[in-house]
Design a protein around this ligand. Sequence first.
Ligand code: HEM
Length: 246
Amino acid sequence: MESVEENSTTNLSDMPPVERTSETSHLVPPNSTSPPSYLNLASNLCALMFIAIIIYCCFRDGVSLFSFHPSLMSLGWLMIMTSAINAITPGDLATEWMPIRLRSARHWVLQLLAVTIITVGFLVILSNKIINNKSHFATLHAKFGLASLIFMSLTSLGGIGALYSLKLKNYIAPIYTKLLHASVGLLTLTLGVITILLGNFSHWWSFGEILRYFSMILVLLVMLFTILRPSLKIYFRLKERLDNMN
Ligand code: HEM
């Protein structure tokens, strides 16, 4: 990440031609030649199973305000946010036929939906704690949760920068705006996954060890299936850029 910032140039004439315009600075090639991947499907299936388990756990003994916190967070983070990331990953089975602009639109619309659902999930737990007069941000889960929400806000701001990267080209090359947004985005997803795992290991969990570890594996698989290809994409794009400079 630091190297992205350190090596960025604001002078367009210093950049290789391939990085000067938005059409050639996409992280995802406009016409992807990658074979279709089933990882997004696998990720969605694991997320669906995890959400079903969490909904069962939350509503098994009746409905309370708290029931909506894990349910909304899992839906927003593991299903909608991962689908938003998959939408702009090369070779994505569901979206590879779409033109890049449509994939990009799908990405930010889904991301906006995820942010809305997650914000409601956060307000639910915040109100629940205020009503029950409990202390805030006291557990490791709560602290990681707060960090995840802060990073989610930063990623969203970065997303606006990536959307208007051409307008910012006099300050930072579009490719770097996008690489930075993608890297912080993957970090955000990882933080959320750690938060969810810590939630599974909180005092609230009273559904047995088998279900706990099975859920944990599902969440880790969702993360692996989602961040594997984008991480490689960022790595190779950065390597290519650094090789060009040497
Ligand atoms: C990425 C998703 C999640 C985020 C960002 C998140 C965030 C938070 C935050 C910030 C709090 C503390 C609120 C306060 O102190 O006022 C909290 C509390 C809590 N969350 Fe989550 N949460 C997430 C998912 C989950 C999941 C999936 C579960 C259950 C499996 C869960 C269970 C709990 C419990 C039991 C509490 C109350 C006890 C505590 O503060 O640790 N959360 N969450």
